[in-house]
Write a protein that binds this ligand. Structure first.
Ligand code: AFP
Length: 359
């Protein structure tokens, strides 16, 4: 006993089974500093929220009052689902009396939720989208949760959370949970991207993949083509390009986390462009696009608004939206090239028009 040569279980397999999320987080810090312990404790709370949400989703169809709309609209003017409210409250509940996080800012709440009793100790803010892709909930398709962790700057005494209006490089951690056939948690602390699968028999997230890298190019483009006639011509030109060239295929589920997860693992591009009427698009920068952009870059990919690096974009308000092109470097750059080329041609045409009207 105790001698690995005599063991019936390969040593690496047991090691992997024992690599839980909290252990992995601690391994990424060189020593057991207070920061390492805080971040590990925060990630454990996020994992608890994920387990609670996953449990409810797996039984929602059998529970009275778990599915459907509440009849309310959220700060975005969207109809709120009961699962949105449940998941939002789960995140609040797991961080109350945690001593870890001072503020929670969510897509479902107009203003951040303050936890003053945590503030003397915890100096972090968690931003999150509790249920992303909620149109999938009632029909038992994949949904996700997205999170991003930032250090609070200043005391935010007037409760306006202005310090959150910064670019995405200030994220300390970011990740998502995908509630699919299995529940997967993907995260980064700025040291690569790692994925964990919830083992329901253990109630633990166990390491699945370390240092995930997005292929340079992939066949998938993921976009809601129902918006074709609402896009600017540059995006339509890009779509016509992929239609006419071999090697491209379309996949779109209406839930960003699942669609992005496919791109992260297999390459390609996810797109949510602006439309002529709504140039900023649909996705929320702080709760959706910036955390995923952080992961994409950490995995060697790229994320763009179409015109600039997404993580450079500074929001003017908490619920700011931005267009998004995210995924493999080559594929994101191809989208950007169509946008750039269209802008050049449009400004040249405008210049010619000015000259001819002046002559
Ligand atoms: P919901 O959570 O309101 O369903 O929105 C989901 C989402 O923000 C994102 O997950 C999807 O990629 C995108 O919207 C889908 O939007 P369209 O239905 O306009 O394609």
């Amino acid at each position: 006993m105790g001698n690995s040569d005599q063991s019936i279980v390969p040593e690496h397999s047991l090691d992997r089974d024992c690599t839980t999320l909290s252990r992995h987080v601690l391994q990424q810090f060189s020593s057991f500093t207070a920061e390492a312990q805080d971040i590990s404790a925060i990630m454990s709370r996020i994992a608890l929220a994920a387990k609670l949400i996953s449990r409810r989703l797996s039984r929602a169809g059998l529970m009275a009052g778990a599915l459907g709309f509440t009849g309310e609209t959220n700060v975005q003017g969207e109809s709120v689902k009961k699962m949105d409210i449940y998941a939002n409250e789960v995140f609040i509940s797991v961080f109350k009396q945690s001593g870890l996080v001072c503020r929670l800012a969510s897509e479902e709440m107009d203003k951040p939720y303050y936890i003053p009793e945590n503030c003397p100790i915890g100096r972090y803010t968690l931003l999150y989208d509790p249920i992303d892709g909620s149109s999938n909930v009632d029909i038992n398709l994949n949904v996700g949760s997205i999170f991003s962790l930032r250090q609070q700057q200043g005391d935010d005494l007037n409760g306006e959370a202005k310090d959150l209006l910064q670019n995405g490089d200030g994220q300390i951690a970011a990740g998502y949970i995908l509630y699919g056939p299995s529940t997967v948690l993907v995260y980064s602390l700025g040291k690569g991207v790692h994925s964990f699968i919830l083992d329901p028999s253990l109630g633990e997230f166990i390491l699945a993949d370390e240092n995930i890298t997005i292929p340079e190019h992939g066949p998938v483009y993921s976009v809601n083509e129902g918006n074709y006639w609402q896009w600017e011509e540059s995006i339509r030109e890009y779509i016509r390009y992929v239609h006419r060239h071999d090697g491209y295929t379309s996949r779109y589920s209406g839930a960003l986390v699942g669609d992005f997860h496919r791109i992260l693992m297999q390459g390609g591009v996810f797109l949510y462009p602006g439309t002529v009427k709504k140039p900023e698009g649909k996705l929320r920068l702080l709760y959706e696009s910036a955390p995923l952009a952080f992961l994409a870059e950490q995995a060697g990919g790229k994320a763009s608004t179409g015109k600039e690096r997404l993580l450079d974009f500074i929001p003017e308000k908490l619920h700011q939206r931005t267009p998004l092109a995210i995924g493999s470097v080559e594929d994101v750059e191809l989208v950007e090239s169509f946008i750039k080329d269209w802008a050049r041609r449009t400004s040249e045409a405008a210049a010619k028009e000015t000259i001819s009207s002046n002559s």
